[in-house]
Write a protein that binds this ligand. Structure first.
Ligand SMILES: Nc1ncnc2c1ncn2[C@@H]1O[C@H](COP(=O)(O)OP(=O)(O)OP(=O)(O)O)[C@@H](O)[C@H]1O
Length: 586
């Protein structure tokens, strides 16, 4: 019983979804109280300025026209408004950034969860730097959206509405001068939204490309140096940097044009307001002493609208980043969790592949694989390069699900259990895959061994290390460097195997795990593996490893074409195994 967990809803960076920014809003739901406080602070910040400017203008108006000095109450109110404005400017910035950083922290975890759900199948086709750009740069770019748009837009809308009601009551002509400009300011960011989104998309794409190239260059520095290819790579990186610069410059140029247009609209509003006020005073509808206050109110409600228009125009350019983040967050699980998990029975487990078909979206790789590995036995899976052996291993670890057929665990007693029905944690304890190039993590040897079994005690750790010869590499508290860079390939293989043994899996899948070891090391590890009864599937090119297995299965043309013991298959002239052995370099 399986289910598809989520559905992808967004497009890639080249075609950001129209609703990409809206899709960011639900992230605020987890911080409702803080969002409300931020909105309230933004409203008080903007409202206090409008009130301050209006009251100050009124004070000046009555002083000049009527010769009345401001009362103590007016002066106190003005001082109070100045203090409120200053306090709320600080509070709004503090709260909005706090809110944004909390949302971004949660978003980074959700992006990571999305990558984990897709890994390694979907991420296999993407570049690490591109993924890093989504997880870091794209998420970081959204800080602007969360810190500078949502609360400010709501506050600006409220201030404009409140101001409009007052203006409509005092002098409707002032409202006529203000509202069209406010509408144009609000609409301006969307006037060229498509082009703005595309420009933002080009910047995000260029940044992701630069990130991908940089990560790949750092990873491959040794090879680039060895082949004298550093200067070529340097040129490519410089070109990438130039592309990022050009994309950012195009955005900045158009942003400057938008700023000039906003300024023009504000100037038009000032002229309109002055004309409307003059008309109202001369026609006797507005007392001259009130005219400065009415003009100040008209223009000050436009301030937050203009500021929000600037923020919105920048936010529209973030659609591409929002799309990339949203796509990562909503990535559907390629191996969805079971809706009704079946517990695995205790005791040894074998493996059963039943008519398994699989492709990576291109040609068929596995075309009806039938294979049974009884509990407690060792099977060597053999085949030419590209035959699909690793694909079988990945299906056994449930990195992918087969497109047809089933992969099942086979208890000694009882019904086989489909991998799709096993809860992930239980599956990870039962089946462990060790690959050829298992990367280690920055930390000590012991940290790396404990990765799969954090609760393992020191005795178990020492035993696994001893069995696989890890204790002969260095003391277990030795740092191994990033990806285990301070160890040799063979030493890394020993750590990877010891790590797997520490889990005490019931099914162990070894995908050319000892390829980096010499023959002695390979034989040594084979002895270590025999210490416990378990089902083992070995993908191997070495005849010695094939020979040690109870049975050998040959994978050819997407199917198992031959199965038997070493003696049976090698004694058969023209057998597939003999052909493979003949083609294997000594
Ligand atoms: N992530 C992937 N995306 C697309 N195609 C893939 C992917 N991984 C493997 N393939 C293709 O699937 C086929 C089987 O690959 P697989 O790695 O399973 O072969 P293999 O038998 O393990 O080979 P080798 O002995 O060289 O490791 C190959 O043609 C390979 O190019």
């Amino acid at each position: 019983m399986t289910t598809t967990a989520t559905t992808p809803v967004t497009a890639d960076a080249d075609a950001p979804a129209r609703g990409a920014l809206r899709a960011l809003l639900p992230a605020l739901a987890a911080h409702r109280a803080m969002t409300a406080r931020t909105c309230a602070a933004a409203l008080l910040e903007q409202g206090s300025l409008v009130a301050l400017l209006t009251l100050a203008a009124h004070t000046v108006g009555t002083a000049v026209i009527e010769g009345r000095a401001p009362s103590a109450g007016t002066v106190t109110t003005l001082v109070a408004l100045v203090l409120v404005r200053a306090l709320m400017t600080w509070r709004e910035m503090d709260l909005s950034h706090d809110l944004a950083y909390r949302v971004l922290a949660a978003l980074r975890v959700r992006v990571f969860d999305g990558l984990a759900r897709s890994a390694p199948a979907r991420v296999a086709g993407r570049r690490s730097g591109d993924l890093a750009a989504t997880a870091m740069a794209d998420v970081e770019a959204l800080e602007f959206f969360y810190a500078h748009t949502t609360a400010q837009l709501l506050a600006a809308g409220t201030v404009l509405t409140g101001g409009s009601v007052v203006l409509a009551t005092v002098e409707p002509w002032l409202l006529v001068a203000v509202l069209p400009v406010a509408a144009l300011l609000a609409a301006a960011p969307f006037a060229d939204a498509r082009a703005r989104t595309a420009r933002g998309g080009r910047t995000r794409g260029a940044v992701a490309g630069l990130s991908a190239d940089t990560v790949e260059t750092v990873d491959g520095l040794r090879e680039l140096l060895a082949f004298g290819a550093l200067s070529g790579r340097r040129r490519e990186l410089a070109e990438r940097g130039r592309q990022v610069g050009a994309a950012q410059r195009a955005e900045a140029t158009w942003e400057a044009v938008a700023a000039a247009v906003r300024d023009l609209l504000i100037v038009a509003a000032v002229l309109g307001v002055v004309a409307a006020a003059a008309h109202s005073v001369t026609s006797g509808r507005l007392h001259g002493a009130w005219a400065p206050a009415a003009m100040a109110l008209s223009l000050s409600v436009l301030g937050p609208v203009a500021e929000s228009a600037r923020a919105l125009s920048q936010a529209v350019a973030l659609r591409a980043a929002a799309s990339r983040v949203d796509a990562a967050v909503r990535a559907p699980a390629l191996a969805p969790p079971p809706t009704a998990p079946s517990p695995l029975p205790p005791g040894p487990l074998g493996v059963l592949l039943h008519r398994v078909r699989f492709d990576y979206g291109g040609g068929t790789v596995l075309d009806g694989v039938d294979l049974t590995v009884p509990p407690g036995t060792t099977l060597a899976l053999v085949g030419a390069s590209g035959a699909g052996k690793s694909t079988c291993a990945h299906l056994l670890a449930r990195f992918w699900d087969p497109s047809a057929g089933a992969v099942r665990l086979l208890p000694a007693d009882g019904d086989p259990v489909d991998l799709r029905d096993v809860e992930d944690t239980e599956l990870r304890r039962a089946v462990v895959l060790v690959g050829q190039d298992t990367p280690l993590f920055h930390g000590t040897l012991a940290d790396n061994l404990r990765l799969a079994a954090p609760g393992a005690d020191d005795r178990a750790l020492a035993e696994a290390a001893r069995l696989c010869g890890v204790d002969r590499i260095a003391p277990l508290d030795t740092l191994v460097g990033e990806r285990g860079a301070t160890l040799s390939g063979g030493q890394r293989a020993r750590v990877a195997l010891a790590r797997a043994l520490l889990v005490r899996p019931r099914v162990l899948v070894l995908d050319e795990s000892t390829a980096h070891l010499d023959n002695t090391g390979d034989a040594e590890l084979a002895v270590a593996l025999r210490q416990e009864a378990r089902t083992t599937i070995v993908i191997a090119h070495r005849p010695a490893a094939m020979r040690r297995a109870d049975r050998i299965a040959v994978l050819e043309g997407g199917r198992i074409t031959e199965e038997g013991t070493w003696e049976e298959l090698t004694s058969r002239p023209g057998s597939a195994l003999n052909r493979i052995l003949a083609a294997t370099p000594c």
